[in-house]
Design a protein around this ligand. Structure first.
Ligand SMILES: Nc1ncnc2c1ncn2[C@@H]1O[C@H](COP(=O)(O)OP(=O)(O)O)[C@@H](O)[C@H]1O
Ligand SMILES: [Mg+2]
Length: 370
């Protein structure tokens, strides 16, 4: 339904050329929920605005439902109002001088040719019913809560029954509780209207919970794309490991290998782990071993069989359903989760059991961390 190929967008600024998007390619099948996830400033909004037609790409090609809508080297650019797209912005951009129904009707009112008045009303009411706001159709837009504004913005985006829905951090202005609730609502709504959706967020839990596919973006390029679980379990590089979920990094040296598996000995004699080695890593190489906090099981005695790291507890943070435990392995901080019923004390020695199947090995020269 949406195909983006080699998308680039740069801006001339007083400080020189800023390359906001440096060659982004992805494809979204019809009805699928696709998320661009990345830190602030990595080029998410710019990509979305290029798809919407609010921004002209510098290079690349954008195709919507088989029609090329942007391709600078062919001088093709279809403006936003001629693209069949609905969009929800971070700010919602609800018009304060209109009531709820007028806000949602607006995309139909400005359509050429304009549909009959009754049809506009019927379709706007239908969109409001979908988001559970039909009872408030005549309310002034200024008398809405954050969650209600969000729903109105959503109804307005889908009222024309667009081919693609673009959502730019639509939940980031809501408080934590409402954000979680709206996440479920949005997910159900998108599934109900079965609309192809491109979602942009810096929030990894939103991305993991809602998406069919996540593309992790870093500095204007996609680092890795795939189903949430695949990207989480098998991060392609240390940036993805560190951005999507908590990640622990420990440096080690490979002291034996059989071509596929090897023994990695952690710096400072903290322990070792037998792990699968990526291609090109051999005995003598320096590596980073990356593992998730939820895969770092704590024990208060050595097991004597390896796949363990010796550590000391440096901080305990009770978070209700779990206790986050900070540990020091030499000078490196490592995080682990403890069930809140486990009694632990700061300063105590501990051993972290590593599940080799849940450890990923990267060459140590890649040390970009978050
Ligand atoms: N109109 C613009 N002029 C100059 N630089 C811009 C403009 N829009 C975005 N940028 C720059 O492009 C980069 C990507 O921005 P953006 O796409 O908004 O990132 P994100 O949405 O991921 O936070 C940033 O460095 C930003 O400062
Ligand atoms: Mg943005």
């Amino acid at each position: 339904m949406l195909k983006v190929e080699g998308l680039e967008r740069s801006y001339a600024t007083p400080d020189g050329l800023v390359q906001a998007v440096k060659g982004v390619s992805f494809e979204i099948p019809s009805g699928s929920f696709y998320t661009l996830l990345g830190p602030s400033g990595c080029g998410k909004t710019t990509t979305l605005r290029c798809v919407a037609g609010l921004e002209q790409p510098t290079a690349g090609r954008i195709t919507i439902d088989g029609t090329v809508v942007a391709q600078p080297d062919e001088d093709i650019f279809v403006p936003a109002y001629k693209r069949d797209i609905g969009m929800v912005f971070q700010s919602y951009a609800i018009w304060p001088h209109m009531n709820v129904l007028e806000n949602v009707s607006y995309p139909l009112v400005v359509r050429k040719p304009r549909p009959p008045r009754d049809e506009i009303k019927d379709r706007a009411m239908e969109a409001l019913r979908l988001v559970g706001m039909d009872a408030l159709a005549n309310r002034s837009a200024t008398k809405l809560s954050g969650g209600q504004q969000q729903r109105v913005a959503f109804a307005r985006a889908i009222v024309r029954n667009p081919k693609i829905l673009l959502l730019d951090e639509p939940l980031s202005n809501l408080d934590a509780k409402l954000r979680e609730q709206m996440r479920y609502e949005l997910q159900e709504l998108v599934a109900r209207v079965a609309i192809t959706t491109l979602y942009v967020t810096h929030d990894q839990s939103e991305a993991l919970a809602m998406s069919d596919t996540i593309a992790v973006i870093s500095e204007g390029l996609i680092s890795q794309a795939g189903p949430p679980r695949a990207v989480y379990d098998r991060p392609a590089n240390e940036f993805v490991a560190g951005f999507l979920g908590g990640a622990n990094f420990l440096t080690a040296t490979v002291t034996e290998d059989d071509g596929n598996n090897g023994l990695a000995v952690f710096d400072g004699g903290a322990g070792s782990v037998r792990v699968a080695l990526p291609a090109g890593i051999h005995t003598g190489d320096r590596v980073n071993i990356v593992f998730r906090p939820e895969d770092a099981a704590l024990h208060f005695a050595a097991n004597g069989t390896g796949n363990q790291v010796h550590a000391s507890i440096s901080r305990l943070s009770f978070q209700g359903g779990l206790t986050e435990c900070h540990l020091k392995v030499g000078a490196t901080l490592v995080r682990s989760m403890l069930h809140p019923s486990v009694e632990a004390k700061v300063g105590t020695e501990a051993w972290i059991d590593l599940n080799p199947a849940r450890c990923t090995v990267y060459p140590a020269r890649e040390t970009s961390r978050l």
